[in-house]
Structures are given as C-alpha cells and as structure tokens.
Design a protein around this ligand. Structure first.
Ligand code: NAG
Ligand code: NAG
Ligand code: NAG
Ligand code: NAG
Ligand code: NAG
Ligand code: NAG
Ligand code: NAG
Ligand code: NAG
Length: 544
C-alpha cells in the first residue's frame, strides 16, 4: 500500500514546500465513476510522515489519487479542494455525485479537485481488522450506555478489547499516527503546490470538513485563497474534549421542530398531521416507542431493531428535510399501526438501509476510518469509568436523542493506542489572507449554529452565511438567496451583509435545488440537470 522510497531531489522540493511535481490529468478509467461529467484523474506522491521529510533522508511516500471535475467555463479560475466530512468519508465519489450542484454554486468558474483523505477510501484506508468474527463483535457492541445500568462499563471494556484488536492486527502500527487532520491539511497544501496555480488554497468543506478547513486556515493563514465551511463543528472540542458535546446542542430542538412543522404543513403534506394530535403528543408517543425498544427490541428479518437502531434511524432522518414526508408516513404506522403494519414498515426501512450497505463492510470501513482519524487527533485519554462518566452524562443532558449514541466514540477514543504525529494545538484565532465564508442553517441537528459563530469569531474577517433552514449543512436547505451568496463569494469574494439571513422553503414543501437555482438565475433547467441536482442531494444526505 505504501510506495517505497523516493528520489531526494523531490524530497528537497517537498521540504521547501515548493512543487517539483505537476499532476498529469487523464480521463478516469472507464466505469470508475458513474457520471456524465468529464471527470479526470491524476496522482500525487506525498510523504507518509511530513515530520520525516528532509533533505538527506529518503522518506516513505503515499499516493493521493485525485479526481478533477473541470470548470464549466475556460480558462478556469483555479481549483477548489473538497471534503465531505466524517471524519472517514471518502471524498472522490461524493465529489463526483455532488459535482453538478457544486459547479453551479461556484459559478462554474473553478475546477473541483479532491482526493480521499488519509485513512479512507483509496488513500491508506485504516483497517483495524479483516477478521469477520472480530468485525461482527466490534460492530454489535457499539451500543448505548442507556440500555442498562451496566452498559457503560461494558462499552468501556469492549473499547479496551477493540484497541487490542487494532494493535494486534490491521495497519494501525504502520499508519495510525499519520492519518491525522493536520497531515491531510499538509496533503492539501502539497496539492496546491503541485497544481501550479497561485499557491493559495481554495477549499470547500462540510461537517467534519469544517474542522479540516479551520485547521488549514489556522496552520496556513497566509495561504488561504477562498474557503467555505458549511455545517460547522466546534474544532476546539474536536481535538481537546472527551466528546463532541456542542455538536448535539440543537438535535432535540430539531426533533421537536419536526413535529411542529408537520402540523403547520397539515395533513396533505404530513401524514402525522391527520391524526388530530398535538406536536407534544406525537413527540411523546415517539419517545414511548423508542423507550419500548430498550426492553422489547424487535427482530426484523436478519436485523434487530433496538434502541440504537431506532434512534439512529430517526437521527439520520433529521439531517435532511426532503425525507420528512416519507418519515411522517412511516411514523404514523410505527406509532399507531398494528404490529403487523409496524413490522412491515420496519422491514422496508431495514431493506433500504441494507441497500445502502448501512450494516455491512462499507459501514465498518467508515467506522474504522472515523475512529482512526478522530481518536488519533483527540488529545485526551482516560481508562477508568469514573473519568468519563460525567462526560457521558453530559452528552445525555445535551441531547436525549443523540447523546448516548455518541458515547461509543468517547470510550473508544479514550483508549486509542495512537496519537496523531501532528496536531494543531492553537486557538483557531487567525486573520486569513482572504476572508473565509462560514455557513450554517438555523436548525441543524448535527452541527448547530453556535459552532459556526464560535469558529467565525476566531477567523478574523470571515463572513457569515446564515440560512433560516433545517437540515445538516446549508446544502441541505435549497435557497435562491444562499445560492446567490455562494456564487458571489466564489466569483467576486463578496461576503453576505452582516446579520443577513437567507430564507428557504418550509419543510414538507419538497423544495429542491433545481427550483432554487431556477429562481436565482432565471434559467430554465433541463430535465437532465434537474435529475443531476436531485442525485447530488441524495449524496448530501450521507454527509456526516
Ligand atoms: C448510473 O447512473 C444512471 C443515471 O445516470 C443510473 O440509472 C444507473 O443506475 C447508475 N448505475 C450504477 C451502477 O450506479
Ligand atoms: C534529516 O534526516 C537525517 C538523517 O535521518 C537526520 O539526521 C536529521 O536530523 C534530519 N533533519 C531534520 C530536520 O529532521
Ligand atoms: C484487509 O483486506 C484488504 C482487502 O483484501 C487488504 O488489502 C488488506 O491488506 C487487508 N489488511 C489487513 C490488515 O489484513
Ligand atoms: C380532535 O381532538 C379534539 C380534542 O381532543 C376533539 O374535540 C375533536 O373532536 C377531534 N377532531 C376529530 C376530527 O377527531
Ligand atoms: C469556542 O468553543 C470553545 C470550546 O467550547 C471555547 O473554549 C471558546 O471559548 C469558544 N470561543 C468563542 C469565541 O466562543
Ligand atoms: C461580480 O462583480 C461584478 C462587478 O461588480 C458584477 O457585475 C457581477 O454581477 C458580480 N458577480 C456575482 C456573481 O456576484
Ligand atoms: C412531497 O413528496 C412526497 C413524496 O414524494 C409526496 O408524497 C408529497 O405529496 C409531496 N408534497 C408536496 C407538497 O408536494
Ligand atoms: C423558461 O420557460 C418559460 C415557460 O416555458 C418561458 O416563459 C421562459 O421564457 C423561459 N425562460 C428562459 C430564460 O428561457
């Protein structure tokens, strides 16, 4: 996987952070991407360990496999690099899927360029074990501390075992220290150099990709060309806390909003609104159902619908309002149907998740990558239950829906065997060469507005794009206003007026980016374009 040594001429250049490479772009192999876009592929070798890169020392390298979606207009104004979060989400396929939409949002003027971040996809994917028995054990015990009085002890002990599994097998000993966020930043800067443009980083990151972006801005403030971070995580907590507490601060409010907006939409748009129940009753009934799975989990075909599964299902649906009409139909049956009706709805949900491989190897790959990157980056550790009990309780206080689901990350990271070779340890207080644009929805179940305010306060001169919308990242809330704001930023560097807020449609209105773009530009979209934007959003739904 790791390529061998490397000639010292280029080492010198790498050490100087200059570019002795160019990327040779060729059409991607036939069948690699299912896209009508003229996607190009290229490769760049970078050091495995940037701290070991020096003039005299031959260094081990890895290859970044890049994809490029060329600008719609020529000449291109340069490249924008992308990241779609996780951490742990591979970037290449997501970029191709979201490409048509991101091209429009950047005025068609830039090439979109990306590589799978270290530890994911094609770039030294972090593999803890290939043993299917061990994989099954690890996945089956990523559980909620709320399931029983002893569940947290068990989760912590299981995480100790998982750490041992990862140390004994897998590639952690070789790469565990090097799949850090700071090194992905250095990879992005290596790409900047190899692109031979203006030497500046243009970057667009979503969710955890905002931590990557904030880290890049903080490490290389003088090299920031343009940057949009959308759906912002609190990077201070990402690195230095036992959990991403703040991430879940608005989750329960978004769940409540789901029910109130359902009643506002009325029975023609939201099935639950036809039952003559208040939002508070509907929500309480959902909680009764969730709580019942703690003691009475429901076997559905080959899957067990238990507390973690049902909470995970609901939490996932809060990310994207385009699924809310269907969710209301499902909930109407789950909460008020007969047992047979309920089980048939659950079977359909399970089948849909299985089709996305939500329980299979690709889900394990994402989990491994997430733990490998996030836990390596995390600077705190703990081994005793007493050291994390308070943190787990705090998670539960912040969000009844999501807090307990996050505890497994805390227990695993607390005992993670590797520390990142490099961690940005500063305060994220910098003035970037050019202003960063920080974007947030008002109701984001995964990355609340307050985290965007936090990061924006540190990135001096940054702009703030606020959408009065619901869902994870502004890209999940179609709005002609935010579309115009993004294009104005990418094309002219224009920032939104301070305290301005973009309007968007109500949930349950099925408003799409195709309509928003049509409204913003006055252009009539073709059926193919509309389809492409719809597919883009399906990809956005998976963003975490
Ligand atoms: C490829 O994309 C087309 C639509 O453009 C879709 O109909 C088809 O199912 C896709 N194939 C695969 C293998 O994903
Ligand atoms: C460069 O590598 C040589 C040989 O391994 C080592 O002696 C030297 O300390 C290294 N220099 C830096 C700056 O890391
Ligand atoms: C796991 O399997 C993959 C795919 O077969 C292989 O490339 C990799 O080297 C294996 N890793 C380990 C640690 O066994
Ligand atoms: C709705 O509920 C209210 C209060 O419980 C009741 O008075 C009313 O008759 C109900 N309407 C229908 C259509 O069931
Ligand atoms: C940002 O969040 C961190 C961690 O929660 C906190 O310590 C810091 O004071 C916050 N900064 C601002 C400007 O709110
Ligand atoms: C960029 O600025 C120019 C000059 O002010 C203006 O004509 C143009 O409409 C702006 N473009 C965008 C996308 O805002
Ligand atoms: C939104 O889409 C769903 C599912 O396709 C459909 O049932 C519903 O009627 C649509 N709602 C509106 C307001 O168009
Ligand atoms: C878009 O289509 C509508 C109705 O078909 C037509 O009236 C309008 O002129 C078209 N606009 C453009 C910019 O082509």
């Amino acid at each position: 996987m790791l390529s061998t040594t490397f000639i010292s001429l280029c080492l010198f250049a790498l050490f100087q952070a200059a570019a002795c490479f160019s990327i040779k772009w060729i059409p991607c192999p036939e069948g690699e991407f299912n896209s009508t876009l003229p996607v190009q592929c290229g490769a760049l070798r970078v050091p495995l360990d940037y701290s070991q890169t020096n003039r005299t020392n031959l260094t081990e390298t890895i290859t970044l496999e890049l994809v490029k979606i060329p600008a719609l207009s020529t000449p291109s104004k340069g490249s924008i690099q992308l990241n779609f979060g996780g951490p742990g989400a591979p970037s290449r396929e997501a970029a191709v899927a979201l490409g048509p939409l991101l091209q429009q949002m950047s005025g068609g003027a830039y090439d979109l360029v990306t590589f799978d971040p270290r530890g994911t996809g094609k770039t030294i994917p972090y593999i803890c074990t290939n043993d299917s028995f061990l994989i099954g054990q690890i996945m089956a015990e990523i559980r909620s501390p709320d399931e029983s009085d002893t569940a947290l002890q068990r989760l912590l002990a299981r995480s100790t075992v998982a750490a041992t599994i990862c140390q004994q097998g897998g590639n952690g000993r070789e790469i565990g220290r090097f799949i850090s966020t700071a090194y992905v930043v250095r990879d992005m800067m290596s790409v900047v150099d190899a692109l031979h443009e203006d030497g500046l980083l243009r970057y667009w990151g979503f969710s955890y990709g905002t931590t990557l972006g904030a880290t890049a801005a903080a490490m290389f403030p003088d090299k920031i060309g343009k940057m949009v971070i959308d759906g912002v995580q609190n990077p201070h907590e990402y690195y230095h806390a036992q959990a991403d507490f703040e991430e879940w601060s608005d989750t329960d409010a978004v769940l409540s909003y789901y029910f109130t907006s359902c009643l506002d939409a009325g029975p023609t748009k939201c099935a639950l609104a036809s039952l003559n129940k208040t939002a508070a009753t509907l929500e309480a009934d959902l909680w009764s159902f969730i709580d019942s799975t703690r003691t009475s989990p429901i076997p559905i075909s080959t899957t067990l619908i238990d507390l973690v599964a049902i909470k995970g299902l609901v939490l996932g649906q809060l990310k994207d309002v385009s699924g809310w009409p269907a969710l209301s139909q499902a909930l109407a049956v789950l909460l008020y149907g007969t047992t047979a009706q309920r089980n048939s709805v659950l079977a359909a949900l399970v089948a849909a998740l299985e089709a996305e491989d939500a329980f299979g190897p690709s889900s394990f790959a994402l989990t491994q990558s997430l733990l490998g990157i996030h836990c390596g980056d995390r600077t705190v550790r703990a081994s005793e239950l007493s050291e994390i009990q308070g943190d787990v309780a705090r998670l539960g206080d912040i969000s009844k829906l999501a807090g307990d689901l996050d505890a497994a990350i805390t227990t695993h990271c607390a005992q993670w065997p590797w520390r990142a070779a490099e961690t940005y340890a500063g305060d994220f207080l910098v003035r970037t060469k050019n202003p960063v644009l920080v974007a947030t929805n008002r109701r984001d179940s995964h990355t609340p507005r307050r985290s965007a305010v936090n990061v924006s306060a540190g990135l001096l001169g940054s702009g703030f794009l606020e959408v009065d919308g619901t869902g994870h990242c502004t890209i999940s809330a179609p709005s002609p206003c935010s579309f115009r704001a993004l294009v104005a930023y990418w094309i002219n560097g224009t920032l939104p007026e301070p305290d301005s807020v973009c309007e968007t449609a109500q949930p349950f209105d099925n408003y799409t980016w195709a309509e928003a773009i049509q409204e913003a530009t006055g252009a009539n979209l073709t059926a193919a374009e509309k389809r492409a934007y719809r597919r883009s959003l399906t990809a956005a739904r998976r963003m975490r």
